[in-house]
Design a protein around this ligand. Structure first.
Ligand code: RB5
Length: 145
């Protein structure tokens, strides 16, 4: 199950992502927002973060205007590794190296064509299981701010 979330800035792109997931037969749960009316990105970053960290959903995709605010909100939830990606290389590398569990994108940064390639790469790239990557992810988990 893939958790989806956006604010108004990411709403239209989220509809494109939904179409992509439906075409691929992938299950998703949309945590809002549900229209292009102005709303607050922390609400949806938090909701998707909780859904992924609790295990209710395996992965998440979150979108706001830049992808920055909503990823900041999601990353406040312990266990979340949300990666803001604007290119395919980063989407591949963050799965392989960081085992990112949430993809964040900026709808005012990437067009729908690139965004769907990024989504496809994020969903289809496995974690490398490399010892050094496991160690570094553990170090992130252990940070006690
Ligand atoms: C909303 O205007 C915008 O600030 C938001 O979508 C996002 O870019 C915040 O980081």
């Amino acid at each position: 199950m893939i958790a989806l979330g956006s604010d108004h800035g990411g709403y239209e792109l989220k509809q494109e992502v939904i179409k992509y997931l439906e075409e691929k037969g992938l299950e998703y749960k949309d945590y809002g927002c549900y229209s292009a009316e102005s709303c607050d990105y922390p609400t949806y970053g938090h909701a998707v973060g909780k859904a992924v960290a609790s295990g209710e959903c395996e992965r998440g995709i979150i979108i706001c205007g830049t992808g920055i605010g909503i990823s900041m909100a999601a990353n406040k939830v312990p266990g979340v590794r949300a990666a803001l990606c604007g290119d395919v290389f980063s989407a591949k590398a963050t799965r392989e190296h960081n085992d990112a569990n949430i993809l964040a994108m900026g709808a005012r940064v990437v067009g729908p064509g690139l965004a769907l390639l990024i989504v496809d790469t994020f969903l289809n790239t496995p974690f490398s299981e490399g010892e050094r990557h496991i160690r570094r992810i553990g170090m992130i988990e252990d940070i006690d701010a």
